[in-house]
Write a protein that binds this ligand. Structure first.
Ligand code: F6P
Length: 364
């Protein structure tokens, strides 16, 4: 398929893929508004690349469709982390390549480009379509903040705020009952949410995937706090945190083409603390609450900067690239490079250093 050569006014599509994330609507609004202000036509494509296989999912956006959404969670375009058009499983579990349907619809709608807002999974699919000749530009999204090519992604700040707020709310009940409380937060392979909410919320133990933990070290910290008269402890664990020598805890079998579902580490730690120390312990999982609600000021602003920058990339014909934050500017990086590795919390992080300096244990 030939890359775009058409003169303005252009016609572009926008889609959101992967797990939803606070700030998606701010990106959609900013991209659509700035494109409309250039006189372009903007199609919202429902339900990610899977949706793009059907022509009925393309909807011409009007200004009214994007009005009043800068502060709304979720995505007005719908999203999915279930369907990869290159591997569509039928009911017998046999996979088919349906990417041609996506390319055909792109051509039938006579689009000049597609803005793909998503995490590494969606961006990988976007890059494959780019290689097949579809002009795409990417906008990075993940509450886990684990995309290495951008200093930060929108949605992460909101998720950390939700987690910090939860830790704040756990303190009085933990203290009143003199309990240990374990809160499991999101973060599959990177512990950014656990680390930063744990430090900001005043946790006593923080467990992240980057630092395998030892149960005895956690119990030592809990007992130490009891001895010192605190009487309660707050433990924040990323869902991807692991005990030394053990694997991540998962929920159910892995489905083809999808990430395995994580979960259970918080409950496991709570059970072990109670069994080993005799201290009454409770656990809770924050789960998808971290993806809901109003995006923070930071996420709305970053979403707006990313959305408008994506339109600039199209104007400049910079396809196959993703917008990224490299303070103080927004830059463009090849999508291929952006998805080539993930961004874990560096063990040399000054936040880890600060946490250790104020007595927070990492269970190591
Ligand atoms: O990647 C973001 C994330 O929120 C992970 O932290 C979490 O493991 C996953 O999505 C949950 O996805 P789902 O919505 O499919 O349960």
């Amino acid at each position: 398929m030939a890359k775009t050569t058409k003169a303005s006014p252009k016609k572009i599509g926008i889609l959101t893929g992967g797990g939803d994330c606070p700030g998606l609507n701010a990106v959609i609004r900013a991209a659509a508004k700035s494109a409309m202000n250039l006189g372009w036509k903007v199609y919202g494509i429902k339900n990610a690349f899977g949706g793009m296989r059907k022509l009925s999912t393309f909807k011409l956006l009007r200004p009214a469709d994007i009005r009043g959404i800068v502060n709304r969670g979720g995505t007005i375009l719908g999203t999915s982390n279930r369907v990869n058009p290159f591997f569509v499983a039928d009911r017998h579990g046999v996979t088919h390549n349906e990417s041609q349907k996506v390319l055909d619809n792109f051509r039938k709608k006579d689009l000049d480009a597609v803005i793909c807002i998503g995490g590494d999974g969606t961006l990988r699919i976007a890059h494959r379509f780019y290689e097949l000749g579809m002009p795409v530009v990417g906008v990075p999204k993940t509450i886990d903040n684990d995309l290495f090519a951008t200093v930060i992604t929108f949605g992460y700040d909101t998720a950390v705020s939700v987690a910090t707020d939860a830790i704040d709310k756990l303190h009085p009940t933990a203290e009143s009952h003199q309990r240990a409380m374990v809160v499991e937060v999101m973060g599959r392979y990177a512990g950014w949410i656990a680390l930063n909410s744990g430090v900001a919320g005043g946790a006593d133990v923080i467990l992240i995937p980057e630092i395998p933990f030892d149960m005895d070290k956690i119990c030592t910290k809990v007992k130490q706090r009891d001895r010192e008269g605190a009487g309660f402890s707050i433990i924040v664990a990323a869902e991807g945190a692991t005990e030394k020598g053990a694997d991540m805890l998962t929920k159910g079998p892995k489905e083809a083409g999808r990430e395995v579902r994580l979960g259970g580490i918080g409950e496991h730690i709570a059970r072990e603390i109670q069994a080993r120390t005799g201290k009454e312990t409770r656990s809770l999982v924050l789960g998808h609450l971290q993806r809901g609600g109003y995006p923070t000021t930071f996420d709305r602003l970053l979403g707006t900067r990313f959305g408008t920058a994506a339109v600039r990339l199209i104007q400049n014909g910079e396809f196959g690239k993703m917008v990224a934050l490299d303070p103080p500017r927004i830059k463009a990086v090849p999508i291929k490079r952006a998805v080539s590795k993930m961004k874990a919390v560096p063990l040399s992080s000054d936040v880890i250093e600060a946490a250790r300096a104020i007595g927070i244990s990492f269970g190591d």
